[in-house]
Ligand binder design. Structure first.
Ligand SMILES: *[C@@H]1O[C@H](CO)[C@@H](O)[C@H](O)[C@H]1NC(C)=O
Length: 227
């Protein structure tokens, strides 16, 4: 009995912490964010503007047709982000959209969004995109789901799974990605593991990746300027 109760309790604890990981449903039509630290009441980390003072401009932006700023210059990748920081009316709506521009050979390196699924629409060029998922019947083994995408093609990445997108065409590639979170999170595996400060121990990395410590140092050196 006691064991059954503990198991139930841990299942409840586990599932309720998962529930908290989702963006909350808005309890009102909108909550236009105000960047005013003097206010005391926060919603999703933001202060809401008085709804009577909200205007169409709170829900508007322009310039998403531009390339944006270099995110990983060495990987030929630029992003133009439309989120709550740019469109205050997106606060609490559980939505982010990013325009990404990849140069020839450009790469969005393997990463995850812990709080969001991703919808990828290619509008120009040709990319190779994929995600990996654990095989539930064979823990420790993963399956790769991959697609070569051209203009008009859509690929969907399930929440939290490791994925990547590589420009395999001759010219630039342009993608629009939509996230069902106001703050999807962006964890790039190579940077997080090999570029952290302080560094993850060589022992841990060499065992995890089944490589010698010299190889760990070699990779770490390439990420040491990050941060
Ligand atoms: C191609 O993509 C790269 C990387 O985002 C960008 O720096 C460059 O300006 C783009 N070139 C064109 C012609 O769009």
């Amino acid at each position: 009995m006691a064991t059954g109760f503990l198991v139930t309790l841990s299942i409840v604890a586990f599932t309720s912490s998962l529930a908290y990981a989702y963006d909350p449903s808005p309890l009102q039509d909108f909550c236009v964010a105000v960047n005013d630290p003097k206010h005391a009441v926060f919603m999703n980390g933001r202060v809401c503007k008085d709804p009577k003072l909200a205007t169409a401009d709170d829900f508007f932006t322009s310039g998403l047709d531009a390339i944006g700023t270099a995110a990983f210059p060495e990987l030929s990748m630029s992003v133009n982000v439309a989120d709550v920081n740019r469109i205050p009316g997106m606060n609490t709506l559980g939505l982010t959209v990013v325009r990404t521009e990849l140069g020839p050979g450009g790469l969005i390196p393997p990463h995850t969004h812990p709080r969001s699924c991703e919808f990828i629409l290619v509008v120009r060029g040709t990319v190779y995109s994929g995600f990996v998922a654990v095989d539930p019947r064979n823990l420790g083994k993963t399956r790769l789901f991959e697609k070569t995408l051209k203009a008009g093609d859509v690929f969907v990445i399930p929440q939290g799974l490791i994925h990547f997108t590589h420009n395999v065409g001759a010219g630039n590639a342009t993608l629009f990605t939509a996230f069902n979170s106001q703050n999807a999170g962006f964890i790039t595996l190579a940077n997080e593991l090999f570029g952290s400060d302080p560094a993850v121990s060589e022992d841990v990395l060499s065992k995890a990746f089944r490589i010698d410590k010299e190889s760990v140092q070699h990779i770490q050196a390439k990420f040491s300027s990050v941060g």
